[in-house]
Each structure stands twice: as structure tokens, then as C-alpha cells.
Design a protein around this ligand. Structure first.
Ligand SMILES: [Zn+2]
Length: 321
């Protein structure tokens, strides 16, 4: 039985798990991401998280078949120098090299966190058994990953799947990428909340104005909240229709953001999707919530190593490692 160490490096939390080739998590660790600007403190916290997972699984590093990492972007791929947007402690941090030395392993594979959760949902979740999946994550940004013809699709620079920057509104709001009218500029948590506040939405006293509060207000029937959650849903449905036409997808799985918030998001999304997915092949694509929640990224990271034929790659083409 193969076992790998899976790591999930995010702006708010660090998570680790020892995962076997059936997808079972044998041990887990989790800590809030340190906010200290010292890059070594952040690295130590990640190692402590990994040590907790190894202890829980009763596995020693020498028994591991490799290490898979899903990390917040951007990063240089496949060499694994990471600069997570919300973690200023790491800028060009050589995470792959450090982990390879630390665990004396050449099989260290690092990819974008949205790619990790897409692979997780394909391996064990909403895309299981399909060959053409788009995974989408909605949080502070909007990211994605692609499985095409049954295999993880990287693109030229490892950046394939960036659905957050598919344009859904010509001359729309400015986006962090430098463009305008991107899905992310409309449907990410912070951007949706900002637009709702400008539109007159006010959370109940004592409640933080975030995406969770906006979704709750919509579910409770607040008209401004409903209008703004619907706007995010429409933008997502429009972008997904374009992707379904371009890529001939079977399933789109959405994780995070408003994806768990019921009809106030999903009905406008499905209406926009139906409006814009004109051809029957595109309209046949199913758009569903992800099934694995927070485990998706860890399972995907594990699958990079555990199922190299479908999800792996050569991390160092120059040397063949
Ligand atoms: Zn953009």
C-alpha cells in the first residue's frame, strides 16, 4: 500500500494529511497560517503540521512514497517556488526544494490549490467517473482546474483553468489581474460584498460584512442581498457556459463561496448557464457543488503522487527528477 504526505498551504490555514492509495486519511494536522513575516516561521509551522499528521498515522518519513502539495498561488510551476498572494512571508520561497531536502524525497509535486481541489473532486468527489471536469473554487479569489480526456491539464505554464479571469461583463469592474469584467471581479467573496454594500446592503448589527453574512441575508429574504448573490450566480453561470462550449465538459464542480448557499445562488446560475450554453452538447454539462469540502485539496495533493498516470508530472524536466 502506498502512502503519501499531502499538504495544503492556504492564506488562512495550513493542513496536512497522510493519505493512502484508497484515499483514506490516516492522520491529519491543521493550524492557522502564521501571519509573522518570517519565512522560516511559516515553514516551521508547516513542518509541525506535517509531523502531527505523520504521528497520527504512525508513519515515519522514510515510509512515504512522496509528498504532494496544493498551495495558494501564484507560483513558478513545476519547480515549486511559491509566492502565495495572502502570505507575504513567502515570496519566491523554494518550497519544493526545501521539502525534497527535508524528507529526502525526489517525489515532491506542488501545484496550485485550485488544481489540487479539482483533482480531489475528480479522484473521490463530484467528478468521479467522468473524463472532462472543470473544478472551481470561490473564496477571496476565483480559481479553477481542468481534467480533460481523463487527465489533469496544465497548459503551457501550469496556469490552465483560471476561470476567475474569464470575462463575463464587457467594460465591467476592474480586476486584480489588470483586466476588466472578469468573473473574479464580480463573484469573489470580497468583490460581491463590496458591490452589495455599495448597493445599500447592511448586515445586521454586530455581524461582519462578509460573504457568509451576505449569503445568510439572501437566504432570509433580504432583497438587496438576494439581488447581489444572484449577480454572482449569473456571472458564474455565464463563465461556465463559455467554458462548456470551449472544452466540451461533462461536469463543473464548484467549491466554496456561495456554492453551499442554495437557490439564491444556484437558480440564477442555472438560468444564465441555460441562456448562454446554446448547443445541446454544452447544455448537457452538469453544474454541481463539490462533495469533499476542505478535504478536496489534501486528497488532490495526495493524488498528484499516488496516481501519476492521471494527475502527475515531471517536476524538474531539466534533470528528469
Ligand atoms: Zn481578472
Amino acid at each position: 500500500m502506498a502512502t503519501v504526505l499531502a499538504l495544503d498551504v492556504g492564506g488562512t490555514k495550513l493542513a496536512a494529511a497522510v493519505v493512502d492509495d484508497s484515499g483514506r486519511m490516516l492522520g491529519r494536522g491543521r493550524v492557522p497560517s502564521p501571519t509573522d513575516p518570517d519565512p522560516e516561521l511559516l515553514y516551521e509551522a508547516l513542518l509541525a503540521c506535517a509531523a502531527a499528521a505523520l504521528r497520527g498515522a504512525d508513519v515515519i518519513p522514510g515510509d512515504l512514497d512522496g509528498i504532494g502539495v496544493a498551495a495558494a498561488g501564484p507560483m513558478v510551476w513545476p519547480s515549486g517556488e511559491v509566492s502565495p498572494l495572502n502570505m507575504p512571508a513567502w515570496r519566491g520561497f523554494p518550497l519544493r526544494k526545501r521539502l525534497a531536502e527535508e524528507f529526502a524525497s525526489e517525489r515532491v509535486l506542488i501545484h496550485n490549490d485550485a488544481v489540487g481541489l479539482t483533482v480531489g473532486e475528480h479522484w473521490k468527489g463530484a467528478g468521479s467517473g467522468t473524463s472532462n471536469l472543470l473544478g472551481i473554487t470561490v473564496s477571496t479569489g476565483v480559481g479553477g482546474g481542468l481534467i480533460l480526456d481523463g487527465r489533469l491539464y496544465h497548459g503551457f505554464s501550469g496556469n490552465a483553468g483560471h476561470i476567475g479571469h474569464v470575462v463575463v461583463e464587457l467594460d465591467g469592474p476592474a480586476c486584480a489581474c489588470g483586466g476588466r469584467g472578469c468573473l473574479e471581479a464580480i463573484a469573489s467573496g470580497p468583490n460581491a460584498v463590496r458591490h452589495a454594500l455599495d448597493d445599500g446592503w447592511r448586515p445586521r448589527p454586530g455581524v461582519v460584512a462578509d460573504g457568509v453574512a451576505l449569503a445568510a441575508a439572501a437566504a432570509a429574504g433580504d432583497e438587496v442581498a438576494l439581488r447581489n448573490v444572484a449577480r454572482a450566480g449569473r456571472a458564474a453561470g455565464t463563465a461556465i457556459a463559455s467554458c462548456a462550449s470551449l472544452l466540451d465538459l461533462e461536469v463543473v464542480a464548484i467549491v466554496g463561496g456561495f456554492s453551499q448557499s442554495g437557490p439564491s445562488f444556484w437558480e440564477p446560475l442555472q438560468r444564465a448557464f441555460t441562456t448562454h450554453a446554446g448547443f445541446p452538447f454544452a447544455a448537457a454539462c452538469r453544474v454541481v457543488p463539490g462533495q469533499l469540502g476542505e478535504a478536496a485539496g489534501l486528497l488532490g495533493a495526495a493524488a498528484f503522487v499516488l496516481d501519476p498516470d492521471r494527475y502527475g508530472w515531471d517536476p524538474d524536466p531539466a534533470t528528469g527528477h
